[in-house]
Design a protein. Structure first.
Length: 237
């Protein structure tokens, strides 16, 4: 268990591993259902941290799941956890043409300048990344660029009403304690120091990035926004 007397920053490996193993992991499971990643699809998760989302996507039937982060220590831990949980040691020998092995890949890159061709993925996700970037609109456009026409782009971010005080109120109402309370309050604290937009404003950014059929859901009493859209004028819904 992490110390709860110091506030972790957005790139603390042990902290995010513990968060993803606990209540935050349940939030990511709900987000993945909301995102509706195509079965046997190619998923890119940007700002993946210790990589829970790609592991969940692969366990749920995605063909390929790539996790990007600008922190190499995060990716090293993501790789270890995937090796432990997915037991996906790789493939030896020939693979039938129609069989894509379900293995994750981890790449160190800036989410604002992704090293992929346009349209390379069927689904692109980013949870708690855009709000940290200098310009969330630029980051959103980059996510949309690497999704194929008709592919899904889905993001999760704090809303404009998220704050340390709001997170404390929510934690009190729900009876959160220990690490669950500490990490949610820390989330509110981090949100205050970065971009907090209303759900409507996150949806507007999705539309500016060229997504259509944009829809949203909120969680945690309106403090967290899920936003999803379809890339490139396709009919992917
Ligand atoms: C708040 S954590 C969220 C981790 C994970 N997505 C989740 O929801 O549990 C933000 C993650 O984004 C990464 N990150 C921050 N800025 C980034 C950037 N410009 N490009 C890529 N990754 C970045 C951090 O290293 C960290 O792993």
């Amino acid at each position: 268990m992490q110390r709860t007397d110091q506030w972790p920053g957005p790139a603390d490996v042990a902290y995010f591993e513990e968060a993803q193993a606990g209540a935050w992991g349940d939030m990511l499971r709900g987000f993945l259902r909301f995102a509706s990643v195509p079965v046997r699809g190619r998923l890119l998760d940007v700002g993946t941290g210790p990589g829970l989302l790609p592991r969940l996507a692969l366990a749920g039937g995605a063909a390929i799941a790539v996790g990007v982060d600008d922190s190499l220590p995060m990716l090293r831990r993501a790789q270890e956890l995937a090796a432990e949980e997915l037991e996906a040691p790789g493939v030896v020998g020939s693979v039938p043409d129609n069989c894509v092995p379900a293995v994750p890949a981890w790449l160190c890159a800036d989410g604002g300048r992704l090293p992929f061709a346009a349209g390379a993925f069927d689904a692109v996700t980013a949870t708690n990344l855009l709000f940290l970037l200098p310009d969330p609109a630029v980051g959103f456009a980059e996510l949309a660029r690497v999704a194929r026409r008709g592919g899904i782009v889905a993001v999760l971010n704090p809303t404009d009403v998220m704050s340390q005080a709001a997170a404390e109120r929510f934690a009190d109402q729900r009876g959160l304690d220990g690490f669950a309370r500490f990490s949610f309050v820390n989330y509110g604290r981090l949100a205050e120091a970065h971009h907090r937009l209303s759900t409507a404003a996150w949806m507007a950014l999705a539309q500016r990035a060229g997504l259509h059929h944009v829809r949203s859901e909120t969680r945690a009493g309106g403090l967290v926004a899920f936003v999803r859209g379809v890339a490139g004028g396709g009919i992917g819904e």
